[in-house]
Write a protein that binds this ligand. Structure first.
Ligand SMILES: O=C(O)C1=C[C@@H](OP(=O)(O)O)[C@@H](O)[C@H](O)C1
Ligand SMILES: C=C(OP(=O)(O)O)C(=O)O
Length: 424
């Protein structure tokens, strides 16, 4: 365990690289474009992306960096490694888990860290089973570590229950075109819907044709085609990471912020956090690739936010209680239960330690200001979850001494986060 003590402020420019979600999808798909090169600009340098690169480099895929670009030379080869350790990278482990049942030369052990061992993949395993895949779970059914037996894929319509994670669907949408030209998917209980849309947008760039129909909150998707490299791609800046800097405005005296996006459009669902920011007085003016954010003081007693489309940036909202808001309710946060930690529990616990009153359910959280003793030392427990560290950093200044346990978890999506956030 490492504990850091923070005191100093540095004033400089911040830099936020590409989205880890887009980077990992693009890396995986580029690797599946046989003998074709994809040039990638603004790839994420998150740990999760490094985990993806390390895995791909162990296959016959070639990845190299030249100046600011990454080049991927795709090669569809079956997985040969016996043990694959994927730490806690959800966007890596989900597609690899599926590939390991059908696209291997031998049986494979899928391993992860302790948080990953608590994140279920039962629904993904159900789909794999329905297609003929066989898996042995070493500790608990539906949770890694697992031994994935080499099986032959049967082709069927794919039904995915996305109640706990949209990533089951995204992984299958990404992987299945290598087995078959035409695929049918039926997705139910959808959470983090925008991440599924993001997957569709990316596979489309790589030559897959898509038809989709929404019926009673379920989606039917039909995909057709073989992967073909899009040749060049620029990865959007990671909006989830950026959102923590936007929220910081709410706590600052300096009230203007300019951010230049590398791409014209932003397809990440978490961009919808801008609607929440408007509610608290942070206005956004967008001109081409320039975003200007201004903070205007606004009286808010009660704040209520639907977090359905903002699974990775919504964790900052409860921390707004440190300003003049009396009551905050957030809802549609079901997916928080299934992340690196149970985020409903972790955030509630830390806020209670700080002096807030909390009520919580499986899909909602109510926070009230009670007695915040900001003269004291605060020991932040991160639960080894990078987003817990990121959101609680917003209120660091309210405590005389602020200690963080296990700060290295922040590497998962943004290695220099602490350094960058302290510049403000
Ligand atoms: O597909 C993706 O890239 C992601 C989907 C979301 O997860 P869930 O679908 O598990 O909510 C999100 O929270 C995660 O950080 C990245
Ligand atoms: C939950 C997250 O990541 P993943 O599911 O990709 O591990 C996250 O980045 O907040």
């Amino acid at each position: 365990m490492n504990i850091l003590f923070f005191k100093k402020k540095i004033k400089e420019k911040i830099s936020v690289l590409g989205s880890k979600s887009i980077s990992n999808r693009v890396l995986m798909i580029s690797s599946l474009c046989n003998k074709q090169i994809t040039k990638i600009e603004n790839l994420s340098n998150s740990e999760d992306t490094k985990i993806m690169i390390n895995f791909l480099l162990k296959t016959k895929v070639k990845i190299y960096k030249k100046e600011n670009f990454f080049y991927v030379l795709g090669k569809i080869t079956k997985i040969k490694n016996k043990n694959i350790f994927l730490k806690n990278a959800g966007t890596v482990i989900r597609p690899i888990f599926f590939l390991s049942n059908f696209f291997t030369v031998k049986n494979i052990n899928i391993l992860g860290n302790l948080s990953m061992q608590k994140r279920t993949i039962k629904e993904l395993n159900n789909v794999s089973n329905s297609l003929g895949g066989k898996t042995f779970f070493f500790k608990k059914k539906g949770y890694i570590p697992s031994k994935n037996y080499r099986s032959k894929i049967k082709h069927k319509k794919i039904k995915v229950n996305c109640f706990k994670s949209s990533q089951y669907a995204s992984s299958l949408l990404i992987v299945l075109p290598i087995f078959k030209n035409k695929n049918f998917f039926f997705l139910t209980n959808i959470s983090s819907y925008f991440y599924i849309l993001l997957t569709l947008k990316i596979i489309k760039l790589f030559n897959i044709k898509i038809k989709k129909k929404l019926v009673n909150k379920n989606i039917f998707i039909f995909t057709k085609g073989k992967y073909k490299s899009c040749k060049n791609i620029t990865i959007e800046n990671d909006f989830s990471s950026l959102s923590y800097f936007f929220f910081k405005l709410f706590f600052l005296k300096k009230r203007v912020f300019k951010f230049i996006s590398i791409t014209k459009q932003i397809h990440q669902g978490d961009v919808k956090i801008l609607n929440c920011l408007k509610k608290i007085g942070i206005f956004i003016f967008k001109e081409n690739r320039n975003f200007y954010l201004f903070f205007k003081k606004k009286k808010i007693k009660n704040l209520k936010v639907n977090c359905k489309d903002i699974p990775d940036s919504s964790m900052s909202i409860p921390l707004l209680i440190f300003k003049k808001i009396k009551r905050i309710k957030i809802f549609n946060i079901r997916s928080w239960n299934f992340k690196e930690s149970n985020r409903i529990f972790s955030i509630s616990n830390e806020l209670k330690k700080m002096g807030c009153k909390i009520k919580r359910g499986k899909n909602w959280l109510i926070i009230k200001k009670f007695f915040i003793n900001n003269n004291k030392k605060f020991f932040l427990k991160t639960y080894n979850d990078h987003r817990i560290l990121m959101c609680f950093f917003l209120v660091k200044k309210y405590f005389k001494k602020f200690f963080v346990c296990n700060s290295t978890c922040v590497k998962k999506t943004f290695e220099n986060f602490i350094f960058e956030i302290l510049k403000f």
